[in-house]
Design a protein around this ligand. Structure first.
Ligand SMILES: C[S@@+](CC[C@H](N)C(=O)[O-])C[C@H]1O[C@@H](n2cnc3c(N)ncnc32)[C@H](O)[C@@H]1O
Length: 311
């Protein structure tokens, strides 16, 4: 440690009274460490791959310009929120995430892209309450809630999403089938471990690949959304394409960042896990490697929109 650093710290300590240790609620996210830099890098890659693969931020919405105030829950590095804002200069977007590090990164990106007036990022635990007034947003978005919501968290999550949405506004949820279909046996084995872990940790209603997505339309309807609709996406990710490369990078990171989660819930031994990781990377580098990632977007309307007056 240099003298300069020591002096800085001493000065800082002199100016700042001792603070009680910050209490954080343990995260239910698949990556416990909220400061994990590898996970941050992975989410920047994944965000772009998913948004591009789905054909944009709101590909199923006939007229996205009707959404002036938008909330993105568990927004990660903020890519979706910034892309939405870039597409419509009249839209203002709030992204929330439990990770302070993700929010710092997202704010820096927004400033660098001159989107600071349109997007705002706040650290917030979505499992507690959403710190916004009733009926505030025209659209609320939640992508990959599977990564932190247990089956029993959905009722409260959806009731909070509905509360902060204006009557006639849209609640929009996108999630995944856990097992990505591919011609790599090692990768399939990895996603099977993932599915088992998600199921045991309570993130899936059934121990199946669509153990969440099958339930989304019912959940939205039961918790008060009207006119619930769904659109499936199948992202093709062949080797030797930009999408295939992004998928390779995503998998390379996710195998590392979710390792403690998988070891905890699927009980995979460290040595076996290392072997599996090695085989995944080898098989994914084969020129004929291909994978398909299935996603489902489900959306519905908050009831109570004032009917246009006639006469
Ligand atoms: C798989 S990432 C998805 C990020 C982004 N929605 C996307 O689709 O690119 C899930 C994000 O949820 C965040 N998260 C986890 N638990 C949360 C909670 N209780 N409240 C808010 N955000 C949470 C994580 O920090 C992470 O950034």
């Amino acid at each position: 440690m240099s003298d300069e650093t020591t002096n800085d710290q001493t000065q800082h300590e002199r100016q700042t009274p001792p603070q009680p240790p910050k209490r954080e609620h343990p995260s239910t996210y698949v990556v416990q460490d909220r400061e994990n830099e590898r996970e941050l890098r992975r989410l920047t890659i994944q965000d772009q791959m998913i948004t591009n693969g789905m054909g944009g931020v709101l590909p199923e919405q006939p007229d996205p310009t009707i959404f002036q105030r938008v909330l993105d829950v568990g927004c990660g590095t903020g890519g979706w929120a910034m892309e939405a804002a870039r597409n419509d200069p009249a839209m203002s977007v709030v992204g929330i995430d439990i990770s302070q590090r993700m929010m710092e990164y997202a704010r820096a990106q927004a400033a660098a892209q001159h989107l600071g007036d349109q997007v705002e990022f706040q650290v917030m635990d979505a499992l507690r309450i959403l710190e916004f007034p009733d009926a505030f947003f025209d659209l609320v978005n939640l992508r990959f809630g599977i990564s932190f919501l247990r089956t029993w968290d959905w009722p409260k999550m959806l009731s909070e999403l509905l509360r902060v949405t204006r009557p006639g506004g849209i609640i929009r949820v996108t999630d995944e089938e856990v097992i990505h279909l591919s011609n790599s046996p090692a990768l399939t084995q990895f996603w099977e471990l993932f599915q088992l872990s998600f199921y045991r940790a309570g993130h899936l209603f059934a121990n199946t690949t669509s153990g969440l997505t099958d339930h989304l339309p019912r959940l939205l309807t039961q918790h008060g959304c009207q006119s619930v609709q769904a659109k499936a996406h199948a992202l093709a990710l062949p080797a030797r394409t930009p999408e295939g490369q992004a998928y390779y990078d995503d998998v390379e990171h996710v195998v590392q960042t979710t390792r403690p989660f998988l070891q905890k819930w699927a009980g995979s031994a460290a040595r076996e896990y290392d072997d599996l990781r090695q085989r995944i990377l080898e098989e994914m580098q084969r020129p004929d490697f291909r994978a398909t990632w299935n996603l489902l977007t489900v959306w519905g309307t908050k009831p109570g929109a004032p009917h246009p007056t006639t006469g």
